[in-house]
Design a protein around this ligand. Structure first.
Ligand code: PXL
Length: 270
């Protein structure tokens, strides 16, 4: 299974591609990357970070790839560095997704009911148009609100479903519990255990694991349930081990959950 991960490289802070690579690899995927921006750290909680937009480079990289005839089973996109990149990622899907392949969009926009630095309403509109090209979208509760203007999760899910066949709201805090809201063949809710606190990078850990599980052939429900278990354990570990949450999640020693599912003895190795 070959996956293309389109996301930024935040050198410090464990999110985006530095998370996608190990998590997707643990799911047995061959991972290629298309970096959208290069930052010294992510933008959530650090100050003074560097930011290099890679718009021009992305176009050149893809032109080269076309000469190699590359095609992907899954294309998974996350943080985009500019509005132009939204249109560019649509063209990447057209050029490089295999017939019958899956396009998974994590519409990275914000958290805690605020946009991340550099994003606004106009960017959210563009992101919704990218969601309309996806098979699966993975907004958190803030992104679900920024995309739909709706705080009620059942209503937001309906609006998202009009854009994309399989939306997942990745952490819906409701009066009667904490849930994944998603649409597979019908609207469903999967209960989650809520751990107090804010865990930077949790969305990337979730989206990467889900993309790996879908690429690995699991059904949507199986993929969500394994992803939820992996995230829950990683969050518990992070809560215990990482005092400064802007440094991201300690998910590494939970990767075995994915590797156990997707690993196996090679027939060529005795
Ligand atoms: O985790 C989402 C994310 C990805 N990439 C960058 C970010 C953030 C969130 O803050 O700043 C650069």
């Amino acid at each position: 299974m070959r996956i293309l991960a389109i996301n930024d490289i935040s050198c410090v802070g464990k999110c985006s591609l530095t998370v996608a690579l190990p998590v997707l690899s643990a799911c047995g995927a061959t991972v290629d990357i298309l970096p959208t921006a290069l930052l010294s750290t992510h933008t959530g909680g650090f100050t003074g970070y560097t930011f290099l937009n890679l718009d021009g480079e992305m176009a050149k990289i893809c032109d080269h790839w076309e000469t190699l005839g590359l095609k992907y089973d899954v294309i998974y996109s996350g943080y985009l560095g500019s509005k132009q990149q939204i249109e560019f990622v649509k063209s990447v899907k057209r050029r490089f997704l295999k017939e019958g392949g899956k396009f998974i969009v994590d519409p990275v926009l914000g958290d805690n009911f605020k946009f991340y630095a550099g994003f606004d309403e106009d960017f959210a509109k563009g992101m919704l148009s990218l969601c309309a090209e996806a098979d699966y979208i993975l907004p958190n509760e803030t992104e679900s609100f920024l995309l739909t203007g709706e705080r009620d999760f059942a209503k937001a899910l309906k609006i998202l479903k009009a854009a994309c066949p399989h939306p997942v709201i990745t952490g819906a805090d409701c009066a009667d519990g904490y849930f994944l809201y998603y649409f597979d063949e019908k609207e469903e809710r999967m209960p989650l255990i809520k751990v107090d606190g804010n865990y930077h990078g949790a969305g990337d850990v979730f989206a990467s694991a889900f993309a790996g599980c879908i690429g690995g052939g699991l059904s949507m429900r199986e993929a969500l349930s394994l992803t939820a278990e992996f995230c829950y354990r990683s969050i518990l570990r992070t809560k215990a081990e990482v005092p400064d949450r802007k440094y991201g999640m300690n998910y590494e020693r939970e990767l075995y959950i994915l590797a156990d599912k997707f690993g196996g003895k090679s027939e060529t190795v005795q």
